[in-house]
Design a protein around this ligand. Structure first.
Ligand SMILES: Cc1ncc(COP(=O)(O)O)c(C=O)c1O
Length: 429
């Protein structure tokens, strides 16, 4: 039992008795957080920081897995939610907030003419696939990136336990920035694809013409183009990655940052396709829950009123430049690199001197957590991150990267680990 994470570890032991993995979310569980060197339970959070149950403070670069875009306890969001709470949460007939927030989305997002709200990203990516299948009368789906936990997507990954083969066989994965990989699957099952769904970007920028090429292939093959903007939405640009990259899909899905941590997601798209939502079944008790809609209203208004996106980009550039400088100064490019969009960037760990990338990442996590930086290797920025927060990240990296290099070159990495190394999980990006 570690001293620093004593309460976390005791609580994890208790939690595991009633909760599989001790967490509702894979990436917040012991599968992602090495035992002995990680916090497992949060006490509270504010702005860019959280405190664990042992009283350790962290600058948070995970931000609720990229759903907290303004910062924890944002005063405008809190005020909107408190005010709505005074008059009720979920009702027996629709509340006007549903159309008010839908109207804001239609104003901001290029492809949005109609909107259906739900709770999780997985709800709306699944809704998009249902719409595409209903519109086209076809069954096959092409996927690229991560799209949630439901059968139609997760069956295409190695974590497919419990998914019927008959469902799994309808989903085909293609590679980002690799049009021939998409063309090959579309050609192999001509006139059978309902949709092509992809994250318009995650760790790599779309190559020149890639998104346009995907769109052209969709048109040629009669499949709908769906952008999964669960993370890129309300982060890359006010209107999402589709606005940033100038390619307008037929449908798009939003979630995460839309309501700064309140559970809300949205399927949006062209009316000619979204109208079929009246014919299919995509409906839920909590789709019109008003605290999350009020939170979304506050987020969207703040993004429109203040330089939120611009600030995320400035801080993110500071991270990209700073990390590249630390890597270059320490001649560490054999071990580490960074890529992605300024507002959502990714560290890559490379196997070196007989150590696996996961062993190196485990030592990284041990050392950054210890120094009060919470990252899993990505930097999901929020408006609450200050320039000083980024300096603290870079100072931490400067120490930790050089410690990694020494551990790798001297060959004593394993003896520095105070935990078992992480084990490989399924990869989705
Ligand atoms: C791009 C993308 N799509 C869909 C999802 C699923 O969203 P949720 O976990 O809210 O169901 C995620 C979640 O990480 C995501 O990153």
């Amino acid at each position: 039992m570690s001293v620093r994470y004593k309460k976390s570890e005791e609580l994890l032991e208790r939690s595991l008795k009633t909760i599989p993995l001790g967490s509702q979310t894979f990436s917040k569980s012991k599968t992602a957080l090495p035992f002995g060197v990680s916090p497992y339970f949060v006490a509270h959070a504010k702005g860019s920081r959280f405190w664990d149950v042992d009283g350790n403070e962290y600058i948070d670069y995970v931000n609720g897995l990229a759903c907290v875009t303004l910062g924890y306890c944002d005063p405008d969001v809190d005020a909107a939610v408190k005010s709505q709470m005074e008059s009720g949460v979920t009702f027996s007939i629709p509340h006007t907030l549903e159309m008010e927030i839908a109207e804001l989305l239609v104003d901001l997002i290029p492809c949005a003419e109609k909107v259906r709200f739900a709770k999780n990203g997985s709800d709306v990516t699944s809704g998009a696939i249902r719409v595409a299948r209903a519109v086209t009368g076809r069954n096959r789906i092409a996927v690229c990136g991560y799209h949630g936990w439901q059968d139609w997507y997760i069956g295409s990954t190695s974590r497919d336990l419990g998914v019927p083969p008959v469902v799994k066989n309808l989903t085909h994965a293609f590679k980002f920035n690799d049009l021939p990989s998409l063309e090959a699957i579309l050609d192999a099952h001509s006139e059978e694809f309902a949709a092509v769904i992809l994250e318009p970007m995650n760790s790599t920028y779309p190559a020149n013409g890639f998104l346009e090429g995907v769109q052209a292939l969709c048109r040629k093959h009669g499949a709908l183009l769906v952008f999964d903007e669960t993370i890129t939405g309300f982060r890359y640009a006010k209107g999402g990655a589709q606005q940033e990259f100038g390619v307008t899909p037929d449908l798009a899905t939003f979630g995460k940052g839309i309501a700064n941590g309140y559970p809300l997601s949205a399927l949006v798209g062209k009316a000619e396709y979204m109208n079929v939502v009246e014919e299919i079944f995509f409906s839920g008790t909590f789709g019109g829950e008003t605290l999350s809609l009020a939170a979304a209203g506050a987020v969207i208004k703040k993004i429109s009123r203040e330089p939120v996106i611009e600030t995320l980009k400035i801080r993110g550039e500071q991270i990209l430049d700073g990390v590249n400088r630390v890597i270059a100064d320490g001649a560490m490019s054999e071990i580490l690199s960074i890529s992605g969009h300024p507002t959502w960037s990714f560290l890559q760990f490379k196997a070196a001197n007989g150590f696996s990338a996961l062993e190196i990442k485990t030592l990284f996590l041990q050392e950054v957590f210890r120094r009060g930086i919470y990252t899993l290797g990505t930097h999901n920025l929020s408006y609450a991150h200050s320039s000083a927060d980024v300096d603290a990240l870079l100072n931490c990296y400067s120490e930790v990267f050089s410690l990694l290099k020494t551990a790798i070159t001297t060959g004593n990495l394993k003896s520095r680990l105070e935990c078992e190394p992480l084990v490989p999980l399924f990869t989705v990006r």
